[in-house]
Design a protein around this ligand. Structure first.
Ligand code: 3PG
Ligand code: MG
Length: 388
């Protein structure tokens, strides 16, 4: 693994430390509804503060076009303070006089959050002048926001080029987990990919088949593959125009020695409605006038068997009822020390939480797009900029 400088190498005592965190948390009526991302960055904040550094948090929130009070980080500062059990100061701007004053007021071990970096166009443009405006506020830069590392923005990439840069503890854990999951995994590796559409996951599937030993395709996108292999999927949603793409992926898997595991049965009904009468059919006997609502029990057993054969599991994508069972099985194997399980991307965390297994996986990433781009084999600008 390429070395990243971490907090182990950083001399933070008495220093102003600019720490990029991802506080892009779900909010309703001014309250944070899921604090997972806040929880994740606490270790880095605590460590720098305890070592006598001045912690200056940089973060974005939403996708504002210019300054917009609805996208202020102020309520998030309060939430961070609650979780940190320590005051967190807030400055109304991330550059200029307001920011400089707030930074100057910091004592060693204090924590400050600066207003949404995306209130300035220079953030997303990675404008060198804006990078300099931010850099003036700190002596060191720590990036603890893997989930924003697919963005080459001023606070995620530019700063790492102009200040001594280090990976925070969460960034470090994330890179470590992804290395164990895909870069240098213990084999065999099985990947489970779910989601509604193949069209959003073509690059990801094409990369995964070259890296893993078995690929389980689940969720609505499995229908597209089933249809491509020449079987009927009745009235189920399927991207029939992607049949050629699906066949190309199956072909690539074959030449890469990756087994593709598709559903072998499906729970079907005449309509997509809760409580509609349903019946399980073999995948080669889906009635023309019905739709597949979920995988059947034999499919679940096949997935569980694939998990039993695996030493490493990479999971992406939300899933249906049937695969909740597979998630529980993966959690159990992980608890027994037989499996390294890494999950992330989009709605995956919510799905694993719903299945009640998130805590039992080896690592669950809170990253959406960044996790997907990693699975696609792309390099992430925020990670590249940290390489020592
Ligand atoms: C996220 O929520 O996925 C990250 O914070 C990145 O946000 P973005 O997609 O708006 O860049
Ligand atoms: Mg996103």
């Amino acid at each position: 693994m390429t070395a990243f400088r971490t907090l182990d190498q950083a001399e933070v005592k008495g220093k102003r430390v600019l720490v990029r965190v991802d506080l892009n948390v779900p909010m309703e009526n001014g309250r944070v509804t899921d604090a997972t991302r806040i929880e994740r960055v606490l270790p880095t904040i605590r460590e720098i503060a305890e070592k006598g550094g001045k912690v200056i948090l940089l973060a974005h929130f939403g996708r504002p076009k210019g300054r917009d009070p609805k996208e202020s980080l102020k309520p998030v500062a309060e939430a961070v303070s609650t979780h940190l059990k320590k005051p967190v100061a807030f400055a109304d701007d991330c550059i200029g006089e307001a920011a400089a004053k707030a930074v100057a007021a910091l004592k060693d071990g204090d924590v400050l959050l600066l207003e949404n970096t995306r209130f300035h166009a220079g953030e997303e443009k990675n404008d060198p002048a804006f990078v300099q405006d931010l850099a003036k506020l700190g002596d060191l830069y720590v990036n603890d926001a893997f989930s924003a590392a697919h963005r080459a923005h001023a606070s995620t990439e530019g700063l790492a080029r102009v200040l001594p840069a280090y990976a925070g503890r969460t960034m470090q854990a994330e890179l470590d987990a992804l290395t164990k999951g895909l870069e240098a995994p213990k084999r065999p590796v099985v990947a489970i990919v779910g989601g509604a559409k193949v069209s959003t996951k073509i690059d990801l599937l094409e990369n995964l088949v070259t890296k893993v030993d078995a690929l389980v395709i689940g969720g609505g996108m499995a229908n597209t593959f089933v249809h491509a292999t020449g079987l009927g999927v009745g009235k189920s949603l399927a991207e029939k125009d992607l049949a050629a793409t699906a066949l190309r992926i199956i072909d690539k898997a074959r030449t890469s020695n990756c087994a593709i595991i598709l559903p072998v049965d499906g729970v079907c009904a005449y309509e997509f409605k809760a409580g509609a009468p349903n019946h399980t059919y073999g995948i080669d006997a889906i009635p023309e006038d019905q739709m597949i609502l979920d995988v059947g029990s034999q499919s679940v057993e096949r997935v569980s068997a694939a998990i039993n054969d695996a030493a490493t599991l990479v999971w992406n994508g939300p899933f249906d009822q049937g695969t909740v069972a597979a998630a529980r099985h993966a959690a159990q194997r992980t608890k027994e020390g037989k499996l390294v399980s890494v999950a992330g991307g989009g709605d995956t965390v919510a799905a694993l939480n719903h299945a009640g297994v998130a805590d039992d996986f080896t690592y669950v990433s809170t990253a959406g797009g960044a996790f997907l781009e990693w699975l696609e084999g792309k390099s992430l600008p925020g990670v590249e900029a940290l390489r020592a």
